[in-house]
Design a protein around this ligand. Structure first.
Ligand code: PLP
Length: 473
């Protein structure tokens, strides 16, 4: 064992390491990053020698140092915001980016990102145009609404509408609909921010039309309905329909608003999913203004869509807050592409990834799971049991919380490490793989794995076990 002084003397010279690394790195790395990483690694070593940590009591070879430097540089050069493989089976996974966009939408993003566009330029008149007009007619055609506007997300949509129509007045909401959506969006809080006074009516489980009617005062401006996206009440419950609510509002000269949350344009119940209220139904029921998300069941980019009567949307468009919440050009480009698919239901189901994953037949998912296991099973024998098994996927995004979709998963049972170790290591791969741990198995639900990820996923898993053996040797 070397003495501390000897070890300290053996630490390489920073400048020499930088020169040497610059000559061996096969990809471009900015000088300041190499310098920072070399300094960091050597400092760390010096500290641990001084602290007498055991693993540092041998002199490192040039190869050892190179490995440490390169590891540190790689980490620094990797983007923080990265692609991952979603094996969780949660389709609209808010933490993993909610909806995936089809290729045509990705092309649209590239087009408006890399070239100039008519974002706010009217090609007919040659004058300034409105970004909202690019999608307004399309949204109206699909939903049956008179008018529409889009903003940053649905939370912004709710805030903007309440701020426009209800500031300084009372808004009546059923107690059973005062929802909290993940990420700290609570209807009572948004209401407070918009300067409207919330008036709760009904009991938690039941609200009747007369509850709303009795709560109307001369300060009331709005009757609000909120879709309880992420929870369900069962048993002795009742809610007032959109039709009844809007008839009551008309009688008293009030406006009605519905926060639909997911905002589906299609009834997916024929595919074994829960019946979600559609935007068209809310509009048809006579609700004056309806808001919904762009990236939940619609399957598009993050956005908040507001549809309603010409009069109400006209006021919303004039609210200065609108400018602060406005939608950007990338979102608009992707949103228009997605909406156009809805002209043809089958095309929408086939081309919009969220809808495709929601409605995919278990047999097809099983084939995908088999394709993955087929590529890895032989190579992993001895190190990991590879099987497939039935599982259930979830919709996610706070939509259809009770819905369990029959699916198939690749099941991995490692023999050389614990399941929790495997789960953690998979998250930290150069291409992170996110799965679920269930009854001592690591599961990758094939429903949320894309066809074009199959080979890549198999390679990642094979490489993982290969390097694991070497490192354990
Ligand atoms: C998801 C949701 C929101 C928030 O929508 P974002 O697009 O995430 O801002 C608001 N209200 C309801 C009912 C929701 O389900």
């Amino acid at each position: 064992m070397e003495s501390q002084n000897e070890l300290l003397r053996s630490l390489p010279k920073i400048d020499e390491c930088i020169l040497w690394l610059e000559s061996v790195m096969d990809e471009y790395v900015p000088h300041r990053i190499i310098k920072e990483c070399v300094q960091k690694v050597i400092d760390r070593e010096r500290k641990s020698i001084l602290a007498g940590e055991k693993q540092h009591l041998v002199i490192k070879s040039r190869g050892d140092w190179e490995k440490l430097f390169i590891q540190s540089i790689r980490k620094k050069m990797t983007a923080n915001f990265r692609r991952v493989i979603n094996g969780t089976g949660v389709i609209v996974h808010t933490n993993l980016g909610r909806s995936l966009l089809p290729d045509a939408a990705l092309e649209a993003l590239g087009m408006v990102g890399g070239y100039y566009s008519n974002l706010e330029f009217d090609l007919e008149t040659g004058r300034r145009g409105s970004r909202y007009s690019l999608v307004e007619d399309l949204i109206c055609e699909l939903t049956g609404a008179e008018s529409a506007i889009v903003v940053n997300n649905n939370a912004a949509a709710v805030l903007l509408v309440l701020d426009t129509l209800a500031k300084g007045t009372e808004v009546i909401v059923s107690r059973g609909q005062l929802v909290e959506i993940g990420g700290s969006f609570r209807i009572p809080d948004v209401m407070a921010k918009s300067g409207a006074d919330l008036v709760e009516v009904g009991a938690t489980n039941r609200t009747h039309l007369h509850d709303y009617e009795q709560a109307i005062t001369e300060r009331t401006s709005m009757l609000l309905k909120v879709h309880t996206s992420n929870f369900r009440m069962i048993g002795f419950t009742s809610e007032v329909s959109g039709e009844d609510l809007s008839a009551l509002a008309k009688k008293h000269g009030l406006v009605t608003m519905e926060d639909l949350g997911s905002g589906s344009l299609l009834d997916l119940s024929p595919y074994g999913l829960e019946k979600e209220p559609t935007v068209q139904e809310a509009v048809k029921a006579g609700i004056d203004v309806v808001t919904f998300s762009g990236d939940k069941l619609l399957g598009g980019p993050q956005a908040g869509v507001i549809v309603g009567s010409r009069e109400v949307i006209g006021k919303v468009k004039k609210n200065p807050l609108n400018r602060a919440l406005r939608i950007d050009k990338f979102t608009l480009a992707a949103l228009e592409t997605i909406l156009r698919y809805y002209y043809d239901t089958n095309n929408a189901l086939e081309s919009i990834p969220t809808l495709k994953m929601l409605t995919e037949h278990p047999d097809i998912i099983k084939e995908r799971a088999e394709a993955i296991t087929g590529k890895i099973r032989n190579d992993l024998s001895g190190q990991c049991d590879v099987t497939i098994g039935a599982t259930v996927s979830k919709v996610g995004g706070g939509a259809m919380p009770e819905c369990k979709l029959a699916s198939w998963a690749v099941e991995l049972q490692p023999k050389t490490m614990s399941i929790s170790m495997m789960e953690k290591s998979f998250r930290q791969l150069r291409m992170p793989i996110i799965g679920r741990v269930e009854s001592e198995k690591f599961l990758l639900d094939a429903r949320t794995i894309q066809d074009r990820e199959i080979s890549e996923l198999a390679d990642l898993i094979r490489d993982f076990f290969r390097t694991d053996v070497i490192e354990n040797a």
